[in-house]
Ligand binder design. Structure first.
Ligand code: DGJ
Length: 351
């Protein structure tokens, strides 16, 4: 598993599970991710969410498609849609496996969260719904300005649709605008805490602000309890992990498929306040002449705890040929000052 090289499954095929997540269940590892096809077309979902299994995290068996696209044009998972950043968690109280993903279209206009459920980690996952979360709920940090009806009316009239860093976003009330229809949910991840409470963390308000939302006890819905972090910081690709009671986030900036400098943050409470501390990456990747400024030409996918060490999985996107996007797995180094670093390594494991 040399970072940036082809990672082959037990059939000798490049593993096809991008922007994914890992789950360990009954001693077996599962790796879920976007199945990409060749070319620029590969940004769209023509197959579904791929799953692989492994006993040792090194050798991966192709277990097929856990969530398949369908041919119903009315369905949010119709072939040619977008199913991005699929994450799977296990709900101990129901015994079900729950998948959340960014459900959208080619133009990225839908901004919904898709939910699917299965009895087995290998699926098949049954698609349940795609929605904008936290409808008619205000976040814990809501202010009178957020609820101001005049600014909500003006924002709806303005039809603001810019999904990247933009000055005008500071003058519109995106949270209030989406109160009645549900909040936008784009790049996303899931986190199950030590007390079995699960959270959905998603880029909202035209990608400008991160939302952290408590899920229902069965993990299938949003509870309506949520908070915001990194107001107008335009962060994508949230990767979350916890160590010694502290929560950490590793995120990208907002430049589509193009790499940018990552950002790190920590919090004592998952709902915040979150403290941003800059770019955790360090070092130089000679193989493609990249450094921390572009996250080694990668973007975070998820974090995984392997034998007590935290690793971050990254995608090195290939926009010309998405199926040939590569993976990098880097070990997190925790610092005495409470922050973490992500140094470049040729290979995550010394074997
Ligand atoms: C950035 C996201 O992190 C990716 O998953 C993908 O959605 C691209 N944007 C699409 O532009």
């Amino acid at each position: 598993m040399k970072n940036g090289s082809l990672w082959l499954d037990t059939n000798g095929c490049h593993i096809n599970a991008h922007a994914g997540s890992f789950l360990r269940h009954n001693g077996v590892w599962y790796w879920y991710g976007e199945h990409k096809i060749a070319g620029w077309e590969g940004r769209l979902a023509f197959v579904g969410v791929h799953v692989y299994s492994s006993a040792d995290f090194l050798s991966w068996k192709d277990e097929g498609i856990a969530l398949k696209v369908n041919d119903d044009p009315a369905s949010p998972i119709c072939r040619g849609c977008r199913i991005e950043r699929p994450k799977v968690i296990y709900c101990a109280s129901t015994g079900k496996f729950v998948m959340y993903f960014h459900s959208t279209d080619d133009k990225h206009t839908i901004a919904k969260c898709g939910v699917a459920v299965a009895d087995s980690p290998l699926g098949p996952f049954e698609f349940l719904y795609a929605e904008r979360p936290d409808k008619e709920c205000w976040p814990l940090d809501v202010t009178d300005a957020d609820k101001d009806e005049e600014s909500i009316r003006r924002t709806i009239e303005r039809n603001y649709i810019i999904n990247r860093e933009h000055e005008e976003a500071f003058t519109v009330n995106l949270l209030g605008r989406d109160f009645s229809g549900g909040q936008m949910s784009r790049d996303q991840t899931l986190f199950v805490d030590d007390d079995d409470k699960a959270y959905h963390i998603y880029a909202s308000e035209q990608n400008s602000t991160l939302h952290i939302s408590l899920l229902s006890e069965d993990y299938l819905y949003h509870s309506g309890i949520f908070n915001r972090a990194f107001h107008r910081r335009w962060m994508e690709a949230p990767v979350i992990f916890k160590r010694n009671g502290i929560y950490y986030l590793f995120m990208s900036g907002c430049t589509g498929w193009y790499p940018n400098a990552a950002r790190g943050a920590w919090a004592e409470n998952i709902m915040g306040p979150w403290h941003e501390f800059g770019n955790p990456c360090s070092g130089y990747c000679a193989e493609n002449d990249s450094n921390a400024e572009t996250t080694f030409n990668c973007q975070g996918a998820c974090a995984v705890n392997i034998d007590g060490e935290i690793y971050i999985m990254l995608d090195r996107w290939n926009m010309e040929n998405f199926i040939d996007s590569r993976y990098c797995l880097l070990k997190v180094k925790f610092m005495d000052n409470g922050c973490f670093e992500l140094p470049w390594q040729e290979s995550a494991f010394d074997i």
